[in-house]
Ligand binder design. Sequence first.
Ligand code: HEM
Length: 224
Amino acid sequence: MARSALLGSSLAKKYWMALTGLFLVVFLITHLAGNLQLLDMSPAGQLKFNAYAKFMTTFPVVKAVSYLLYFSILFHAFDGFLLAFQNRKARPVRYVKENAGANRTWASGNMALLGALILFFLVVHMKSFWYEMHWGAIGTDADGNKDLYTVVAAAYSQLWYVALYVFMMAVLALHLFHGFQSAFQSLGLNHPRYTPVVKNVGVFIAVVVPVLFALIPVWMFVNR
Ligand code: HEM
């Protein structure tokens, strides 16, 4: 296949968007499972979370997957903006009825805006935790592990920061709401019996994952 067909066409872009997007959903679910440990704010829970964070930043297989993750985030964002730009150029004036179709929602027409907000969130989020874990002047806990728990708890003791997370999880919910089912369509995985199931799974993920993510800062703020 010619290079332009593999990477350049708008169909190819959608295909790669779908693959990287579904990989990011898998990451989100595992990231959530790990972070739910933060709900245990006892001293033992703090040590457990720090040991988990150490494992996630040092175990070679996880480290390798992390590089794939960074690449996927950048690729998904870059490809998404290119696609939105191409669509704009092809149709500078939006059809008035564009959002009136059966599969059209506010989220589906604003995926690039939602994606841009998530990218902004990721920059703030990674500076707060990921950068601190890797390069920050971070203390150690009783087990000698980097005390990431205290960094997270300090961040979530600020109301504005908690509010930002809750708002951003609503943005994430809208992005997932359209993105999950759209990925299956882009991959050509349409089936009269399974497509409704995919849609329902998408709605479930779009609600449950962001709500549980948002619960963590709220819980830590309330119990600080
Ligand atoms: C309350 C919700 C969340 C908490 C408590 C949380 C916590 C953390 C922590 C502590 C780290 C640093 C861990 C490390 O360096 O290994 C981290 C990294 C990261 N987080 Fe989150 N996170 C949350 C939500 C999210 C969401 C919604 C996204 C994506 C939209 C996200 C994307 C990432 C990414 C991409 C990294 C870097 C992962 C890596 O280096 O492998 N996080 N998060």
